[in-house]
Write a protein that binds this ligand. Structure first.
Ligand code: ADP
Ligand code: MG
Length: 370
């Protein structure tokens, strides 16, 4: 996106929303299962493979779950089945103890926030937020809508038309409209992908706080693993229609269950090795193993686990460098292997130089290799 656009957006924007007191330490009703999805499967007519294949997961009251995976892995289809927009071939959706699989979306009472905001262009910001509140009297609807606009920091924008808002502001209005009805579950599909990088980070933190305050549980679909790890209470990683792993961000990041999850979440290098308890012999040397194992296995080394040092006699050579500002991602050739390394050293190393490497901490087993 052009710089000019980003600056214009910035100039139009308000300060971040004022939050009404600190978010509760624990979400309302925390611990109770709110949603259970069991064996959801969907194969589109004419397709060889199922777009979604036996996905099961559950969500606690007030919990934020990120559904993450590469493009085309079935995230949107899963979310649409949970929301009632797409009929599953098999499987069930149970909400608050009730089987809602056959219910249309409006009977489920979930909130939705999609990528394109879907504000009504001919209605003012306030009327957009009021739209979902048709059950209330006119005065009560206006009061509630004004309260929600205050919550997302847009009190002064109620009379504006949607086109006169920046992307980030439009997304906040869409969220205000959704949260106005106090849904117990909000489904969000790539809600930040139309925002530029700077706005995306800010907006996603705001959205997280707002969900927390409303006490709503949410499933957030994203292809961005950083976003998933940064925002969610738990992360569910999908690959080719199936759920590969689900767990707390730290758990799935540090203990990926297979090569796919390791590569997708952290750009880990996968190496074969021979395990002998707490040590594994790999083509780049003996490494410490997080969990004891024996025999031929595959291990994942996260790129930030590797330290590089400029060393004319080192056994590694820098093949390529991706400059990322706050750090660099290097590809380092070491014996007959290439390893990925993230380094935040203030002086970036040039391509072609010799380096020595050290692996910090333990590596995790991601597959057996028999
Ligand atoms: P994601 O959201 O993870 O990018 P989707 O759920 O949109 O993935 O799609 C999963 C797979 O299903 C893809 O191969 C996609 O092309 C296919 N697909 C999605 N929607 C339809 C549809 N309405 N008809 C046929 N194929 C579809
Ligand atoms: Mg999608």
């Amino acid at each position: 996106m052009a710089d000019g656009t980003a600056r214009r957006e910035k100039a139009l924007d308000d300060p971040p929303p004022r939050l009404l007191g600190p978010p509760p330490l624990l979400p309302r009703g925390a611990g109770r299962t709110l949603l259970a999805v069991e064996g959801l499967t969907r194969r589109f007519p004419g397709a060889g493979l199922s777009a979604v294949n036996g996905v099961s997961l559950s969500l606690r009251e007030g919990e934020l779950l990120a559904l993450v995976g590469p493009s085309g892995c079935g995230k949107t289809t899963t979310l649409r089945m949970i929301g009632g927009f797409e009929p599953p071939d098999s499987g069930r959706v149970v909400f608050d103890g009730r089987d809602v699989t056959a219910d249309p979306p409006e009977r489920r009472g979930f909130g939705f926030v999609f990528q394109d905001y879907a504000l009504f262009p001919h209605l003012s910001v306030l009327d957009n937020v009021r739209f979902g509140l048709r059950g209330l009297s006119r005065a009560a609807g206006r009061a509630r809508a004004a309260e929600m606009l205050a919550l997302v920091g847009l009190s002064d924008h109620g009379k504006r038309m949607p086109h006169a808002l920046s992307g980030g502001q439009q997304q906040r209005v869409a969220l205000a409209r959704t949260l106005a009805t106090e849904p117990r579950l909000v489904l969000l599909d790539e809600p930040f992908s139309n925002l530029d990088a700077a706005r995306r980070v800010e907006t996603r933190q705001e959205v997280r706080s707002l969900l927390r305050q409303a006490g709503s549980a949410a499933i957030l679909v994203t292809h961005d693993q950083e976003e998933a790890l940064a925002l969610a209470d738990r992360v569910a990683v999908m690959e080719a229609g199936r759920l590969a792993q689900i767990g707390a961000p730290d758990t799935v990041y540090r203990n990926p269950c297979d090569c796919f999850v390791a590569s997708f979440l952290s750009r880990a290098t996968i190496l074969p090795g021979e395990a002998r308890g707490r040590v594994v012999e790999t083509p780049i040397g003996a490494l410490a193993l997080a969990q004891p194992a024996f025999g031929p296995i595959r291990v994942a080394i996260r790129p930030e686990q590797i330290a590089l040092a400029l060393d004319g006699h080192g056994s590694g050579r820098i093949l390529a460098r991706e400059y990322r500002g706050h750090d660099q991602f290097y590809q380092v050739r070491l014996r007959d292997r290439t390893v990925g390394v993230i380094s935040a050293e203030p002086e970036p190393l040039p391509v072609g130089v010799r380096v020595s490497i050290a692996v910090r901490g333990a590596v995790s087993r991601v597959a057996d290799d028999r």
